[in-house]
Design a protein around this ligand. Structure first.
Ligand SMILES: Nc1ncnc2c1ncn2[C@@H]1O[C@H](COP(=O)(O)OP(=O)(O)OP(=O)(O)O)[C@@H](O)[C@H]1O
Ligand SMILES: [Mg+2]
Length: 394
């Protein structure tokens, strides 16, 4: 594909010849289609013109030289492939994304990195926010008679309307956001999947009594008794240690799906609502830290929520053990950074009324703006009674 070049350098500076991406011209009177000229050639449509106009300004502002590949219109806006000259796309875009979004004058913007070339990325300008048109989309898993936690869980849709699925086994998850932002709704999808998977065992710590519906499904369920909470956590950690011995006998590095099939022992889900209530207790915190650091390899998935992430409650080491992080609206940008681990995006800019909208961080990827599905309380209750069909003893 022919690439058009955009550079922030000026003609007089280096004499470099590819500095000729002109600011797109306005259409002449009477001409229906606006056109863009790069190196004197007409190169495209209104979408291209719109993109090149903003991108040229961004390149000038940040001193970037870049080439621009395919530009296409999507359902929600414009998508463009860019390649930086001698620069890392993630570093450049990570620190400037919100400003670049402002240059384009769009409500939201994101980028996906090219896994093969660190200098390349696909930018998405979101002109029409599909997330806001999909309020309360139903969780596809709600009518299933059984599910497997080993399979990715339908979790929501991204800004382009594409499905987002979460593979939770082998990871821990943190859902953060102020009250009413959508954490429990998100956590319910994971717990419901565990409930509909007959090989999965569920443990619940429920400080605010918002997960009470799962009490009958859970192997252990604790509210605010810290001694009982610490005992539950100790038990989960001991399960990890027991599984370690079994998997080593099988010569395996982790508790795999095959080993689960052979032993009949599937994943373990430890769901904790409002985790700071337990993290403030020394005994609970010590064990929880060890579970977070070690238990992933035993197919133990810890899923915690918190309203106000702050560095004293969740330090970087603990946070980084939660590779999956969905951050709904939080109070300020520092809470967003504590939870997401990046300031490339800011979850405090999510509108309060946009419940279920969050930034999803997955290991090594730039957070994706998305909206979770919403299983209603009635659906959760109905699903819970279905899940209460006899489960095999562990
Ligand atoms: N994905 C979603 N789409 C639309 N509405 C949602 C979504 N998720 C949650 N909501 C709405 O937001 C309300 C609050 O959601 P939820 O109970 O999950 O919040 P929370 O973050 O757990 O709050 P708290 O910290 O008080 O427990 C729900 O009752 C529902 O009306
Ligand atoms: Mg809640």
């Amino acid at each position: 594909m022919a690439h058009s070049f955009v550079s922030a350098r000026t003609k007089s500076g280096s004499g470099n010849s590819f500095i000729d991406a002109r600011m797109p011209q306005q259409p002449k009177n009477g001409s229906k289609k606006p056109e863009v000229r790069v190196r004197g050639r007409r190169v495209g449509s209104a979408a291209r013109m719109r993109f090149m106009r903003g991108w040229t300004v961004a390149c000038k502002r940040y001193g970037w030289s870049s080439s621009v590949g395919k530009i296409r219109r999507t359902e929600s806006g414009i998508e463009a492939r860019v390649s930086f000259v001698h620069r890392n796309a993630d570093l450049e875009l990570g620190k400037t994304l919100d400003d670049v979004r402002g240059i384009f004058g769009v409500p939201s913007m994101s980028y996906a990195l090219d896994p093969k070339h660190s200098s390349r990325a696909t930018l998405s300008l979101i002109e029409r926010d599909l997330l806001l048109e999909r309020e309360g989309a139903l969780w596809p898993g709600i009518d299933a008679s059984s599910l497997s936690l080993w399979d990715p869980i339908d979790f929501g849709i991204d800004q382009l309307g594409q499905p987002i699925r979460l593979s939770v086994v082998g990871h821990h998850a943190l859902f953060a956001g102020e009250t009413g932002a959508g954490k429990t709704a998100a956590q319910n999808m994971v717990i419901a999947t565990a409930a509909l998977d007959p090989t999965t065992r569920l443990f619940v710590l429920d400080a605010n009594e918002m997960l009470w519906g799962w009490e009958a499904v859970a192997e252990r369920y604790v509210i605010d008794d810290m001694k009982a909470a610490a005992e539950m956590l100790d038990f989960v950690l001991s399960e990890h240690e027991r599984r370690n011995k079994v998997r080593r006998r099988h010569g395996l590095d982790k508790w795999s799906r095959e080993l689960a099939d052979e032993t009949g022992e599937g994943p373990i889900v430890l769901a904790i609502d409002e985790a700071p209530e337990y993290l403030r207790n020394k005994a609970c915190q010590d064990v929880l830290r060890r579970i977070a650091a070690r238990a992933r390899i035993s197919a133990i998935h810890t899923n915690i929520t918190m309203q106000s992430p702050n560095a004293t409650i969740i330090d970087t080491t603990l946070r980084n053990n939660f590779g999956l992080r969905a951050v709904f609206r939080v109070a300020d940008s520092s809470a967003s950074k504590v939870a997401l681990g990046t300031s490339a995006v800011d979850a405090s800019t999510i509108e309060r009324e946009h419940r279920g909208v969050c930034y999803l961080h997955r290991d090594g990827l730039v957070p994706t703006r998305m909206r979770t599905f919403y299983p209603t309380p009635e659906q959760v209750r109905e699903l819970c009674s279905r899940a209460l069909a006899p489960r095999p003893a562990p």
